[in-house]
Design a protein around this ligand. Structure first.
Ligand SMILES: N[C@@H](CCC(=O)N[C@@H](CS)C(=O)NCC(=O)O)C(=O)O
Length: 202
């Protein structure tokens, strides 16, 4: 199976981590979706990574669908609970973590524009999404929805989102007053799957 992606994308990292944790062999095809010329659209008409190509030639996108496809392969450990409603909750938290990645990505793209064209209002809007999202994630540890020593689709997605905030220096104070999030991601960052997928330094 082939994973089409870039080494800096948090969405791609989520999928790489899941494949590594499950011991599923894959070939990484490095594509830069923001380059003027790139090969991503032949896999995903939206021109976004990740895309997954199976050995049978079937193509899956976007990252939540790829994660669900991988879980159907029944390789251990499962990333979703067996009970459908509990699984739906984990997938909702994955969506929240993905939304934080989206907001961080928009911020990074906005800040890459010439200073005179950047919108402070837009940057603030994105920062607020990230902040509200992180507060909600912290509350899931306080109310027992998530546990700091747990690895599932939600916690992997959260760790990838937070690692991207660190990598791009978006919301650098994210860890203030969110002690359980800090502990959870520190646990996951120690795993080989995270060490092997660390984004390259610019
Ligand atoms: N919802 C998508 C988001 C993927 C995404 O935004 N990927 C970025 C890289 S981090 C991308 O390929 N952007 C290219 C573009 O927007 O044209 C997913 O979960 O896979």
């Amino acid at each position: 199976m082939k994973l089409i992606g870039s080494y800096t994308s948090p969405f791609v990292r989520k999928i790489s981590v899941i494949l590594l944790e499950k011991g599923i062999t894959f070939e990484f095809v490095n594509e830069q979706p923001y380059n003027a010329i790139n090969g991503v659209a032949q896999y995903n008409p939206l021109g976004k990574v990740p895309a997954l190509v199976t050995d049978e030639g079937e193509v899956w996108y976007d990252s939540p669908i790829i994660a669900q496809y991988i879980d159907l392969l029944n390789a251990e450990p499962p990333m979703l609970p067996a009970e459908p409603r509990a699984a739906l909750k984990i997938r909702q938290i994955e969506a929240l973590a993905d939304g934080i990645m989206d907001a961080a990505l928009v911020s990074v793209r906005e800040q890459a524009r010439p200073a005179a064209q950047q919108s402070e209002t837009e940057l603030l809007r994105q920062r607020e999404k990230i902040s509200r999202g992180l507060d909600t994630l912290e509350s899931y540890f306080s109310d027992g929805t998530l546990h700091i020593d747990e690895m599932n689709l939600a916690t992997v997605a959260i760790a990838c989102a937070i690692s991207y905030l660190n990598f791009r220096r978006v919301s650098p104070g994210w860890c203030v007053d969110r002690p359980q999030l800090v502990k959870m991601v520190e646990n996951l960052f120690q795993r080989e799957s995270f060490a092997r997928t660390e984004p390259p330094k610019d």
